[in-house]
Design a protein around this ligand. Sequence first.
Ligand code: 9MR
Length: 685
Amino acid sequence: MNPLKRLGRRRASVLALLAAAALVTPGTANGAPGTPDDVKASTLGAQAAQSGRYFGTAVAAGRLGDGTYTGILDREFNSVTPENEMKWDATERSRGQFTFGPADQIANRAQARGQRLRGHTLVWHSQLPGWVSSIRDANTLRSVMNNHITTVMNRYKGRIHSWDVVNEAFADGGSGQLRSSVFRDVLGNGFIEQAFRTARSADPAAKLCYNDYNIENWSDAKTQGVYRMVRDFKARGVPIDCVGLQAHFGTGGPPASFQTTLSSFAALGVDVQITELDIAQASPTAYANTVRACMNVARCTGITVWGIRDSDSWRASENPLLFDRGGNKKSAYNAVLTTLGGTPAAARSTPAAPGGKPAAPRNAVNAAALPSRYSWSSSGPLISPKPDSTHNIAGIKDPTVVHYNGKYHVFASVASSSGYNLAYLNFSDWSQAGSATHHYLDRSAIGRGYRAAPQVFYYAPQRLWYLVYQTGNASYSTNPDISNPNGWSAPRHFYSSMPDIIKQNIGNGHWVDMWVICDSANCYLFSSDDNGHLYRSQTTVGQFPNGFTNTVIAAQDSKYALFEASNVYKVQGSNQYLLLVEAIGSDGRRYFRSWTTSSLAGSWTPLAASESNPFARANNVTFPSGSWTRDISHGEMIRAGYDQTLTIPSCRLQYVYQGMNPNAGGDYNLLPWRLGLLTQTNSTC
Ligand code: 9MR
């Protein structure tokens, strides 16, 4: 929110560091009012997404005509690996003749449903056409390998979250060395490094993985061999981002050291992924142990099972998967869902929404990817100021909202001639928003003075609600119970003072609109300067709320094109993040531009980012109940969940925003801002 004409409060409120003690407030017991139980979803993908992970499966193009198969695929999984269709013998059967039909079929289908894609695999001694394995000349083989990697990766550039660049290059047994293959025998051990370097140039956005089996037991020579290679690659700057552990287990499941193996690879600075999980006879305990090991390692970013039903498996006679031949869930399925943190459907009672209708499955994965054009329908003003004897409020602004425990919980700035503070209200349905009681948070330990532009989320690792807001610094309060307006702690600051990079770039702007979002490993704090810069700082999930350093400019444009009120979200069921930033248009009115990225620390690609193709602007919003505003200003998306991952659905979006009578003018603090709700009208799912 823009603190123009804020009468110097910003400067007055830049306080010295309130040494934010690293003390983690102990959580209240699960189930206490206002405190979430462990997050509950009823499908594997949706539940994994709650911790920022994916849950995927291998898919065979030949089975896509089977409705039982695709029904389970689309219900349960948010990542897909083509089981054979991207392999060398499928994509380049003869030299230079590429065929992508079945791979395209899987990739296009997954993309249309918002499922992520793993690429499998570029360089592998098996399923390799004879014309490659018979090459004896190193220059020829190098050029053939590089051309294969480049051509296949180009085909799917920007669409694959992780590629198995090299598969199964290490030998079984006690040597810890590479296996004999045409690649090693003709090119030498350096072929792996060469393949990774070529892959990085071909698709810089894809995570590059080394993938292998029998590397789950930490003390095995093969595991140690792969570990030494990854350590060496990281030390020398050879591009590698992840290690895929196939996890084809016998009846006992993972070795006792499995989690140690995952965390040891992760400690080298790579992600780990379980890429081909199946377990002979599918013992629920063995599956639970596998999933738990991944959940316990922050950089274990996802799990893929190697097929859907037992009959789809390459080892069908061992019944190793989560669904039986009829497509029914096996007990291993429930063990996996529970270990991911969800509730199996049979044990689940669907809470009724007000009015007796079943509540919408807010955690369900919405299938479509984000569109690049938007249209919206707006409500009239739903929330207006409610002054009382001590709060002479003129405007209500900067809403933040979570849907939790059957209610919308809304926090907002309230503006009056004496400045800004915060209000809280809750209601079970938007039709009741106007009649909800407004609680003024200056009566809590948050206290009086300049507090504005709140953001609320539940920080699951600490079982605490956080309210982040601006005070001249970036500040926060915590509360074990979101519904208790008196439960908020006194403000603490994220920074000791304004980071140098902001001081150097802020010009005559203001430091505003702090926003926190976390992935499974890190938390990021975004802020704006009303001067064309979006800043980003970073800390680890373990250190949060402390340790925000490395402040960088995450995006920049001219002052009014990238003004303030940035929001960043994770898009459910995809590897996309969405950035919205408020701009001031050529008509002087506020509107939102949008960008996406696959990595919170990465750069942003425009999505709907212009005045003629905005994310939300008066020109793509209809007002069936009267056109009460021309500004679509500071607001927030209604999320799919409520935790620190800031996960939103990928379709049927709803956006709570501030608008005002276009004829109003005068003192900025006295402008009559009201809150309304946009609902997306061009959703395809
Ligand atoms: O599941 C795949 C099966 O359909 C193929 O016949 C087989 C051919 O080698 O490959 C299977 O998948 C393998 C994967 O690509 C790499 N790791 C081992 C998997 C099981 O063999």
